[in-house]
Design a binder for this molecule. Sequence first.
Ligand code: ADP
Length: 184
Amino acid sequence: MENENNLAPIVWFCGLSGAGKTTLAVEVYKMLSAEGIVSVILDADKVRKAINNDLGYSESDRMENIRRAAGIANLLSNEGIITLNAYITPTHKMQELARNIAGIGKFILIYINAPLAVCEKRDTKGLYMQARLGKITEFTGVSAPFETPLAYDLELKTDSESVETCAKKIVALIKEKINYRNSD
Ligand code: ADP
């Protein structure tokens, strides 16, 4: 049953493809694990493959992708499980939707900020190249918009800060949230 004191943080990593969402989610997961704190990574690629494989990348499909993703995170949060959610979440509408479903008080929006040129140079999955060649359409940053979040809990500039520094900042924020709740 939903219990106010048992609402685990929903950590939401938002940013361009290649900005560092997955890398940081994994690093945060490891850091939390080392302290005996259980969390679950929900990564867009895996969630799309496992559950949202009926969705594409149109605006309405992306909205539905986020709606379901936030719903899953919310269910887990209600059971006391911290989730580390890595989704581009490109538009203000999608960012708001995630926040509204997750609920104020447990939603932590982390804006993973790396310039498009840096993400494109990293091209970790080779997707920017394909998008530039027109082989992928509606690709965020190239042929679909990315709107910088209007409100976020933390901004991390992954082009100038190390993975470790960024992850430590996120862990500190999560622990602040947990401790705040425990001291109610
Ligand atoms: P996303 O999940 O946002 O698509 P990835 O995590 O797959 O991005 O890729 C990010 C790339 O950037 C990785 O190759 C990672 O090693 C590199 N990188 C460099 N600095 C950072 C940092 N501070 N935080 C996260 N990733 C970083």
